[in-house]
Design a protein around this ligand. Structure first.
Ligand SMILES: Nc1ncnc2c1ncn2[C@@H]1O[C@H](COP(=O)(O)OP(=O)(O)OP(=O)(O)O)[C@@H](O)[C@H]1O
Ligand SMILES: [Mg+2]
Length: 252
């Protein structure tokens, strides 16, 4: 099963001052896949996303989306930033239509879509509420819906569930897998949680400490759909052990 390559990075590197943050990095992401990225804090994961999203230009290298150079361009990905806070004085509905609000006038169609998506994912009753009236998990879902209604094929999610408790996080992971399956999008997902990276992904990229580079590109052999039992599956445990060794030394 090979899908077309959606995103291709070649020899992308970035230095801030005298600090090399990203060593030349190559990456190929297939359309429709779910790829997790794990790596130590400060190794350049968010920097990599900022480069892909066009918010930051690399010093060298090429970034191609569907074969098109996107360096320095914006508006071609759905990006959920690491600290994706909702706008507190806007309702759930107005937060979901935020991208439209920033780039053009919000139309009736935008509002209808926001209402439909909120309804579909269990937040229909909260459309008129403000973020402070929502739980942490609900806020994350709204932030994610805002990313989804950009209608971009590629979604960059930077530790979207990092601030959630374990129970809510598990609910959100299962919810995300449902949305991913239904929407046919391609997901790049940064996380510090190795279990999460395996539970969600088709592939896991492990990065080294700064200067960050991809030290391992691991296929995830676990079949889908996945339920809680995979967490104790020997394949899961072996993959987890491999990633932990790559991250914390004791290479094997
Ligand atoms: N705009 C910037 N100017 C200067 N230095 C920066 C800038 N953005 C990031 N850095 C530095 O680059 C390094 C990598 O940052 P980055 O945010 O990409 O790490 P990360 O892997 O996402 O870390 P974390 O897991 O903690 O989120 C850090 O040392 C950071 O201080
Ligand atoms: Mg980061």
């Amino acid at each position: 099963m090979t899908s077309p390559v959606l995103l291709e990075l070649s020899a992308v590197a970035k230095t801030f001052g005298d600090q090399v943050v990203l060593a030349p990095t190559d990456l190929r992401i297939e359309e429709g896949s779910f790829v997790a990225i794990v790596g130590p804090s400060g190794c350049g994961k968010s920097t990599l996303f900022n480069i892909i999203a066009g918010l930051l230009e690399p010093d060298t290298g090429a970034v191609l989306l569907q074969g098109r150079n996107v360096i320095g361009a914006t508006g071609h990905v759905g990006y959920m930033l690491q600290k994706d806070l909702l706008v507190p004085w806007r309702s759930v509905e107005d937060n979901i239509t935020m991208a439209a609000h920033l780039t053009r006038k919000v139309t009736d169609a935008d509002r209808l879509e926001a209402r439909q998506i909120a309804q579909k994912y269990g937040l229909g009753e909260f459309l008129d509420h403000y973020p402070k009236a929502l739980s942490g998990g609900m806020r994350q879902r709204v932030a994610f819906m805002r990313t989804l209604v950009t209608h971009q094929q590629l979604l960059l999610l930077d530790e979207p569930f990092g601030a959630l408790d374990a129970q809510t996080r598990l609910d959100m992971q299962r919810w995300l897998l449902d949305v991913w399956r239904e929407s046919g999008r391609t997901v790049l997902f940064i996380t510090h949680d190795v279990d999460e990276s395996i539970f969600l992904s088709d592939r896991i990229l492990v990065m080294s400490p700064r200067p960050g580079r991809v030290v391992a590109d691991l296929e995830n052999p676990l079949s889908r759909p996945r339920d809680l039992d995979v967490l104790t599956d020997p394949t899961f445990v072996a993959l987890k052990s491999r990633i932990m060794h790559l991250l914390h030394g004791g290479e094997r």
